[in-house]
Design a protein around this ligand. Structure first.
Ligand SMILES: [Cu+2]
Length: 219
């Protein structure tokens, strides 16, 4: 397991002082780089062993503002629809060659395209046909328990039901999420805290490219 040696470690830490709730638990997760610095906008998600009753599909928004996707890092549950408005007064497109979702929205202004449903888990990397510097990531995860870290590298997942969870973390530039930190949540247990240490991903300078093609001509 290469990650374990070079890029990843998870440490279970003592319970915090937050109130105990038997029906639903709170999980505080910190994501640090290997030097111990907090990683902002890292994605964490907790996958329960027993499926969570499905809810009505949700819609998320990835906008295009000042020639950048906003937000650049995103996470949704499998089955979520994502709307891609364009708030700039120039044309943009959106494309992905990622196996989890391959699609193209050809050049458009405003909001002309219907939302896209993301129906498979995985990492989707998106670009714009005419602006090489535009890039966005979408993690599609098999759980309603997910979040993104703030500037302090922390995120809190709430209302986890009793059960066993596999908790993962991911940062931009990682080809896949970390191996799981296995975590039982038992009735009446105090909130837990987990720390991930990731090899910080390097922010790519341009959108995804189809193998053998440039970003401009890969459409
Ligand atoms: Cu663009």
């Amino acid at each position: 397991m290469r990650w374990a040696a070079t890029a990843w470690a998870a440490v279970s830490i003592a319970a915090s002082t937050m109130p105990i709730c038997a029906a639903a638990a709170t999980l505080r997760i910190r994501v640090l780089d290997l030097a111990g610095r907090p990683l902002k906008d890292a994605v964490v998600y907790a996958v329960p062993d027993s499926p969570v009753p499905s809810t009505k599909p949700r819609t998320a928004i990835i906008d295009q503002v000042h020639r950048q996707f906003a937000p650049q890092v995103n996470v949704v549950q499998v089955g979520t629809y994502v709307d891609f408005p364009n708030s700039d007064n120039i044309l943009h497109s959106v494309y992905s060659f990622s196996p989890a979702k391959t699609f193209v929205l050809r050049l458009y202004a405003g909001r002309t395209e219907p939302p896209i449903r993301f129906d498979k888990p995985g990492i989707v990397v998106m670009g714009c046909q005419i602006h090489d510097s535009m890039i966005a990531w979408l993690l599609v995860v098999n759980t309603p328990y997910f979040g993104k870290t703030g500037a302090d590298g922390s995120v809190v997942l709430r209302h986890l039901r009793v059960g066993h969870y596999r908790v993962h973390a991911w940062d931009v530039g990682m080809r896949k999420a970390s191996p799981p930190h296995n975590l039982p949540i038992v009735a009446g247990a105090p909130p837990r805290q987990i720390t991930f240490r990731l090899k910080a991903g390097r922010m790519p300078q341009h959108g995804p490219t189809m193998p053998g093609m440039s970003a401009h001509h890969g459409m």
